[in-house]
Design a protein around this ligand. Structure first.
Ligand code: MN
Length: 219
């Protein structure tokens, strides 16, 4: 098990590796069961890592670019790898953020600068949940719902496919994966129930650390 609290999901460079889950695979149960989590991490994320490396292998010029830089500058890449890097690089980034932004239930307190700001922007954590859930239910097809920051201001938004919020100049705090592969095995079509249970797993300590980084980068 690694302590990944302050590790950005995007600071790694080629060759990318499958990061281990930051908690035991059964520890998010019953909200996300072990079978779902192992398939999601060990098959889906592993495939994105493999395909990202395959796309970048013939292009040593980009081997020292951190993943964040690649994703922020897709249009600077050779045309033939723009789509594979967008899809698979985004897949690696988004999943590393997703897995790190969860923790075993009951292990993280809702306190800190981020929660204080949520109370300012959304009235209360409960009101924030309602808005975030509405947004996540709106995702049509495959995508993500994010809590992101621009400086101190918070924003809830959706991205399709494996797109990230990086080209929008937003700093990601956490996201929920609403691709069907994230929940279908356990929840079938009950996306709302999956979202409700995701709220019980949010690693507020990690999200708060991301928020503090967002404040620093905007100075
Ligand atoms: Mn996924």
């Amino acid at each position: 098990m690694q302590n990944s609290l302050f590790i950005s999901p995007g600071e790694e460079t080629y060759p990318f590796r499958l990061r281990p889950l930051p908690y035991p695979a059964n520890s998010l149960s019953p909200f996300i069961n072990q079978e779902t989590l192992l398939l999601h991490h060990g098959k889906h994320l592993a495939k994105y890592v493999e395909e990202l490396n395959k796309a970048l292998k013939p292009y040593p010029k980009y081997h020292n670019w951190p993943l964040t830089r690649l994703l922020e500058n897709i249009i600077l890449l050779p045309r033939e790898i723009q789509t594979p890097v967008l899809n698979n690089g985004g897949g690696v980034y988004n999943h590393n953020l997703y897995f790190n932004a969860m923790a075993p239930p009951g292990s993280k307190a809702q306190k800190g600068h981020l929660i204080d700001r949520i109370k300012i922007d959304f009235s209360s954590p409960e009101d924030f949940y309602i808005l975030f859930k509405e947004k996540a239910l709106e995702v049509f097809g495959s995508g993500y719902t994010w809590l992101a920051a621009k400086g101190s201001a918070l924003k809830i938004l959706n991205t399709p496919n494996q797109n990230t919020v990086l080209p929008l100049g937003l700093y990601p705090l956490f996201l929920i994966d609403v691709w069907e592969h994230a929940y279908y095995l356990q929840y079938q079509n009950r996306r709302g129930e999956y979202i409700d249970n995701f709220f019980k797993l949010i690693n507020w300590q990690y999200a708060n650390a991301n928020y503090l980084n967002s404040l620093k980068t905007s100075l």
